[in-house]
Design a protein around this ligand. Structure first.
Ligand code: GDL
Length: 719
């Protein structure tokens, strides 16, 4: 492991060393002095060099920023600063006066100086002024004194910086600390221009990237902001912060920040999870990242991924971190001392009790022996609680499989007594003895059963991981993780029971079905209730596709549906005309199916219903010749290759693409079994959604067809 000197030498672009470390900058319970001291040890061991003290909910850091520290508090801070020095960590003391400071009042400036002087007397040499998360409107007195909010902040920051003798580390956090906060843009932000032009050059600026919690930070974005700030920023990285969501914690690797950034930055400080111990991965992988450079020793990444960083592999950094973390999980030393000393009500695991250790006699219960935690368990843990915008590979695969099992279960998506199914492949994936192991063989296909078993195995692995974690000797890490792993275990259990019920494996447990469930039957409390009532469960940006919350029914079309189908057809036509008023729509061959002029072929019409009523349809003609000659003159060859015709529409309220794709698949299957060689459809270019449904659900490709209006496209697929 490289030392902090090595890191700074590699990353150094000018005279100053690269700032690499941790900012305790989250909302909620601050870390304890003992945890911070532990942090300094780790930072030193892993080659990081800085700790920024900025706990949002520490009274004297923000709310009561003017108040001096009491003698007891002073004693603690002095010890902490000295511990940081012992471990070669630069202790940066931050203060957040922005909630209520009057910048133009000299007494306020004096109060700020007095407070920082006190901390300087504790032995601290590095400081920071933070103006994040505050009201941007100035009070009347300040409006009179300063031409803008940025001018007020910069004036006080420069004055304090000089008052403290221009410390070599002095950080300023702007109110517009990410691109998303800049009005109108980074390059046109007058706030940032003022900071860039007026802030003294010895002061560094904190920046969280494109957003508060930035998914990716690109080199271009940093070049852009640096040119306005007239200095390279220090990234305050919220990638592992979890103070905004009590159900999430992040244990994936530091990621999506190319190492090319290192020479363009003044430093990176990670503002991680509120829970101290689960930050092992966040900090360890950041340290690995900081050590990477163009000629670095970590230049050893796997090939094949287009987004490869030649100097840093998140996957390898994660494995390194988890391997070290496993050791800590398995260590009892700090724990037993700590638990025995601090708490009488928390029973540590039975360890070595020396002479008094109990040995069961013959016929007595054997002692409980815990299975040891494995590296795979930690990999799974990290996968389940990965990063804010990404789940780890196993979690992704579980979601994908559950989605597939839901979508391909005819018990769930289609009323199986009304629609006939045709499956191409009925190949069992597992040998018969494994097939018979768990009775998923039910109303589903062999592929469904095989995938359901695989899903069940993945769920079981989560439960085993939970059990081994709960038995791991290091209780401090476990207690920090406990709520999260309990929560995921319950979530996984629910999904597991649901898949079993889809597979026809009996009803869910009586507890789940009870009219008077236990409180864990309605998890999430009031906040959970609100979330469930919102469209998409209130989640906006985690998934590319909208959430699938509606229950849809796909059923055969009957003559009573004619009016509804016409209504949906006309409504969608009107929607397109609203978007493009100049558009006139000559009828297409397929329109006569929608308007009811020609009835669909038997078994070739489906209606989609949600809880409001009919919301979509798919209709088909196995032999389209009659319809084709009645309206447009298609070349004979098209109808030879694609004798059948399909059409359909769905209302905009259907945000989930899967029922539409399923209807298309169902009709294609029916036409195939009727002996058709191919199917074509005709669409207007403006009908993007249907175009996507056809191309995504089956291999529909554009085909040449004579006599089509310019805004119309014909597509076909062979069966
Ligand atoms: C923020 C806060 C930070 C908080 C984080 C994540 C900065 C500069 N400030 O905006 O205290 O922990 O979001 O919620 O990031």
């Amino acid at each position: 492991m490289a030392t902090s000197t090595e890191v700074s030498e590699k990353a150094q672009s000018g005279a100053k060393r690269f700032i690499g470390g941790v900012v305790e900058g989250f909302y909620g319970r601050p870390w304890t002095m003992e945890q911070r001291t532990e942090l300094f040890k780790r930072e030193q061991k892993w080659g990081l060099n800085t700790y920024l003290y900025a706990p949002k909910d520490d009274y004297k850091h923000r709310m009561y920023w003017r108040d001096l520290y009491s003698p007891e508090e002073a004693e603690q801070l002095i010890a902490l600063i000295s511990a940081a020095q012992q471990h070669n960590i630069d202790f940066v003391y931050a203060i957040s006066p922005g909630l209520d400071i009057t910048f133009s009042n000299r007494k306020e400036v004096a109060a700020l100086k007095r407070k920082l002087d006190q901390v300087r007397d504790f032995g601290c040499n590095s400081f920071s002024l933070l103006f994040d998360d505050i009201e941007t409107e100035m009070c009347p007195a300040d409006k009179q004194a300063f031409s803008s909010f940025a001018h007020a902040q910069v004036a006080i920051t420069n004055e304090v910086f000089q008052h403290l003798g221009e410390p070599s580390t002095f950080l300023f956090c702007p109110t517009d600390y990410c691109a998303a906060f800049c009005t109108p843009t980074v390059t046109q932000s007058s706030y940032l221009h003022t900071v860039g032009d007026e802030l003294l050059p010895g002061i560094d600026v904190l920046w969280t990237g494109p957003k508060v919690v930035s998914h990716k930070i690109s080199v271009e974005s940093i070049e852009e902001v640096s040119s306005i700030l007239k200095r390279a920023p220090v990234i305050w990285d919220n990638i592992h912060a979890n103070d905004y969501d009590p159900q999430r914690i992040f244990m994936g690797p530091y990621k999506d920040r190319p190492t090319e950034l290192i020479p363009k930055l003044r430093g990176v400080l990670t503002n991680p999870n509120c829970e101290f111990y689960p930050n092992f991965v966040a900090i360890h992988t950041l340290a690995t990242w900081c050590k990477a450079s163009a000629d670095g020793a970590t230049k050893d990444v796997e090939m094949g991924d287009e987004e490869q960083d030649p100097c840093y592999s998140p996957h390898k950094a994660l494995t390194l971190a988890l391997t070290d973390w496993l050791e800590e999980f398995l260590s009892t030393d700090q724990l037993t001392a700590c638990v025995k000393k601090d708490s009488s009500d928390e029973e540590p695991m039975q360890t070595d009790l020396g002479e008094h250790s109990y040995v069961p006699g013959p016929g007595e219960n054997p002692l409980y022996t815990a299975e040891p935690l494995t590296l795979d368990d930690l990999k799974l843990l990290s996968d389940l609680f990965y990063l804010p915008y990404e789940y780890g590979p196993t979690a992704k695969s579980m979601l994908h499989e559950l989605d597939w099992l839901k979508g391909h279960s005819h018990a769930a998506a289609v009323k199986s007594d009304q629609v006939t199914f045709h499956f191409d492949k009925l190949v069992p994936f597992d040998p018969p003895e494994i097939e018979a192991r768990r009775p998923f063989a039910c109303c589903q296909t062999a592929e469904w059963c095989s995938r359901a078993r695989h899903f069940d195995d993945m769920c079981e692995a989560v439960v085993r991981m939970f059990n081994r974690l709960s038995n791991a000797p290091n209780r401090r890490i476990l207690y920090d993780l406990y709520n999260y792993i309990c929560d995921i275990k319950s979530g996984v259990n629910l999904a597991q029971a649901y898949v079993k019920s889809l597979g026809g494996l009996g009803k869910p447990s009586a507890q789940l079905m009870s009219d008077d469930p236990e409180p864990w039957g309605f998890r999430g409390g009031l906040s959970g209730e609100f979330q469930r009532m919102l469209p998409g469960h209130g989640n906006r940006d985690l998934y590319k596709h909208p959430h699938k919350t509606s229950v849809y029914c796909i059923r055969p079309y009957c003559t009573e549906d004619k009016m509804d189908v016409q209504r949906i057809f006309v409504k969608m036509q009107q929607e397109r005309q609203i978007e493009d008023a100049s558009m006139t729509e000559p009828p297409l061959i397929s329109d006569i199916l929608s308007t009811g002029e020609i009835p669909p072929s038997p078994q070739c019409a489906l209606v989609l219903e949600d809880d409001i009523g009919p919301c979509g349809y798919m209709l088909a003609l196995t032999d389209a010749k009659a319809a084709a000659t009645s309206i447009q003159d298609t070349s004979g060859r098209v109808l030879e290759d694609f004798p059948s015709l399909i059409t359909g529409q769905v209302l905009p309220r259907v945000t989930d693409p899967s029922p539409v794709k399923r209807m298309i698949g169902q009709l294609l299957s029916t036409m195939r079994s009727c002996g058709s060689r191919g199917v074509f459809c005709m669409l207007r270019h403006s009908d993007r959604r249907m175009l996507d449904f056809y191309t995504e659900s089956s291999s529909f490709q554009p085909i040449k067809m004579g006599g089509l209006p310019p805004d119309v496209i014909a597509m076909g697929t062979s069966l």
